[in-house]
Design a protein around this ligand. Structure first.
Ligand code: HEM
Length: 413
C-alpha cells in the first residue's frame, strides 16, 4: 500500500462525526468542533451517518472556489454523494429532479422557471406589502398581552404570508404545510417520516398546480402551471419546484427573523445603530452582518466531485463527497476579522456566503433581504424598549432542523 493511501485511510478512520451541533454556551457561534477543524485547515474529513467520509469545507476562499467549480455536482444520484440522512437516500429516485439537484444546463432550465418573481425589481415592488404585513403584526403585538411570543406573532407569519401571496398558496393551509415542512426539513427524522413530509407537500402542490391550470392567477404556481400546459415540465416537476419554494420561502426567513432579533437584543449597542438610522444602506449592511454572524443553514451544502480537484494542498478525488459548511466559512478570520463579534457596520459583511455562491446561490435572496430589512428595522423602531422576557439560557434552540433558529422568543417592552 502506498504511503499516501495509508495516510488517507488513517485520516478517514480518525474523521469526526458530522453534523455537529451548536452549543447553548455560545448559541450564535458555529459548532465548537467545526471551529476546531477550521482552525487547523480549510478542508478536512468527517464521518456521516452511512459511515462514509466526505470532505468538510470550512475555509471561506475554498468554499467560494468549490461553489463556483463546474467539476462539483449537486446531483444526489451520483455515487459518493453525501446524503443528509437515510430518508434523502431512500427517496433519491422517487423525487423528480429539481433546481436543488440539477447541474449545468438542466439546472438553468429549472432555475429560469423560478427566478422571475424573485428578481430585484419585482421584490422592490413588494416592499409596501411586506411593510404593511409587518406593521399589522407589530400592531397586534402592541395591542396584546406581555410578554409576546415573537416566533408565532411575527417571525413565522410574516414570511409565510408573503410567500403564500407570491406562490398563490392559500394562507389558511399554513398549519398543514408548516407541519409537513417541519418533518421534511428535520435533520434526524426517520427515512419514513422524512419521505412522508416531502411527499405530502409535493402532493398538495401537485393538486394546486392542477387547479391553476384551469384557473390561472398572477402568481408563481400559475406560472409553473403554464409551463406544464406548454409541455415543458410535468406536473410532478412543477409540484417539486413549487414545494421547494414554499419550504425554502418561509422556514429559512422565519428562523432568521427569530434568531436575528435575539442576536440584536444580546448586542444592544448594535441594535441601537439599527434603531437610530434612517439610512437604508445602514439597515442593509446590518442584515448582511446578521446573515454572516448567524449563518443559519446548518447541514452543509452537499456536493460530489466529478473529477479530481486540487485545492489548498489537498486532492478531492472524483467520486468523493463534499460538504460546504457555511457557518465556519462566514466565521473565517482571514476574511472577517473578529468573526465572533456582531458588527452591523462591518465593511465587507455583504461578502458573506449565507445564501451560498455560484449558480445555486439562493433564488429568494432579494426577497429574504427585503423581509429582514423591513422586519428588523420596523420592530426596533416601533418597540424601542424591546427586551427578552426570559434569560437566554431558557430559550429553546433549533439544533434538529435544517435551518438553525429559536423555537420561541418571549419578549416584553
Ligand atoms: C434568510 C433566508 C434564506 C437563507 C439563509 C437561504 C439560504 C440558501 C442557500 C445557502 C442556498 C444555496 C444552496 C446550495 O448551494 O446548495 C439557497 C438556495 C435556494 N433558496 Fe434560499 N435561503 C433563504 C431564503 C429563501 C427564500 C425566501 C426562497 C424562496 C422564495 C429561497 C429559495 C431558494 C431556492 C429555490 C434555492 C435553490 C437555488 C438553486 O439551487 O439554484 N430561499 N438558499
Amino acid at each position: 500500500m502506498s504511503d499516501t493511501l495509508t495516510s488517507d485511510l488513517a485520516a478517514a478512520a480518525a474523521a469526526p462525526e458530522y453534523p455537529m451541533e451548536r452549543t447553548s454556551r455560545c448559541p450564535f457561534a458555529p459548532p465548537p468542533e467545526v471551529m476546531e477543524l477550521a482552525a487547523v485547515e480549510p478542508l478536512s474529513r468527517v464521518r456521516i451517518w452511512d459511515g462514509s467520509t466526505p470532505w468538510l469545507i470550512t475555509g471561506y476562499e475554498e468554499a467560494r472556489a468549490l461553489f463556483a467549480d463546474s467539476r462539483v455536482s449537486v446531483d444526489d444520484r451520483k455515487p459518493g454523494f453525501p446524503h443528509w440522512n437515510e430518508g434523502m437516500l431512500a427517496t433519491v429516485n422517487k423525487r423528480p429532479r429539481s433546481v436543488f439537484t440539477a447541474d449545468a444546463e438542466e439546472h438553468t432550465f429549472y432555475r429560469r422557471m423560478l427566478s422571475k418573481p424573485f428578481t430585484f425589481k419585482r421584490v422592490e415592488g413588494l416592499r409596501p406589502a411586506i411593510q404593511k404585513i409587518t406593521d399589522d403584526h407589530i400592531d397586534a403585538i402592541l395591542a396584546g398581552p406581555k410578554p409576546a411570543e415573537l416566533v408565532s406573532a411575527l417571525a413565522l407569519p410574516v414570511p409565510s404570508l408573503v410567500i403564500c401571496e407570491m406562490l398563490g398558496v392559500p394562507y389558511e393551509d399554513h398549519g398543514f404545510f408548516q407541519e409537513h415542512a417541519n418533518v421534511g426539513l428535520a435533520r434526524y427524522a426517520t427515512a419514513e417520516d422524512n419521505m412522508k413530509g416531502v411527499m405530502s407537500l409535493a402532493k398538495y402542490l401537485g393538486n394546486l398546480v392542477q387547479a391553476k391550470m384551469d384557473n390561472p392567477a398572477e402568481d408563481a404556481v400559475s406560472d409553473l402551471a403554464e409551463r406544464v400546459k406548454a409541455g415543458e415540465i410535468s406536473i410532478k416537476e412543477a409540484s417539486q419546484l413549487a414545494s421547494g419554494l414554499l419550504l425554502a420561502g418561509h422556514e429559512t426567513t422565519a428562523n432568521m427573523i427569530g434568531i436575528g432579533v435575539l442576536a440584536l437584543l444580546e448586542n444592544p449597542e448594535q441594535l441601537a445603530i439599527l434603531r437610530d438610522t434612517d439610512d437604508p444602506k445602514v439597515v442593509a449592511n446590518a442584515v448582511e452582518e446578521l446573515l454572516r454572524y448567524l449563518s443559519i443553514i446548518q447541514n452543509g451544502q452537499r456536493r460530489v466531485a466529478t473529477e479530481d480537484i486540487e485545492i489548498a494542498g489537498q486532492t478531492i478525488k472524483a467520486g468523493e463527497g463534499i460538504i460546504i459548511d457555511l457557518s465556519p466559512a462566514n466565521w473565517d478570520p482571514t476574511k472577517f476579522p473578529d468573526p465572533d463579534h456582531l458588527e452591523v457596520q462591518r465593511p465587507n459583511a455583504d461578502q458573506n456566503l449565507a445564501f451560498g455562491y455560484g449558480r445555486h446561490q439562493c433564488v429568494g435572496q432579494q426577497l429574504a433581504r427585503a423581509e429582514l430589512q423591513i422586519v428588523f428595522s420596523t420592530l426596533v423602531r416601533r418597540i424601542p424598549t424591546l427586551a427578552l422576557a426570559k434569560p437566554i439560557d431558557e430559550i429553546p434552540f433549533k439544533n434538529d432542523k435544517l435551518a438553525y433558529g429559536v423555537y420561541e422568543l418571549p419578549a416584553t417592552w
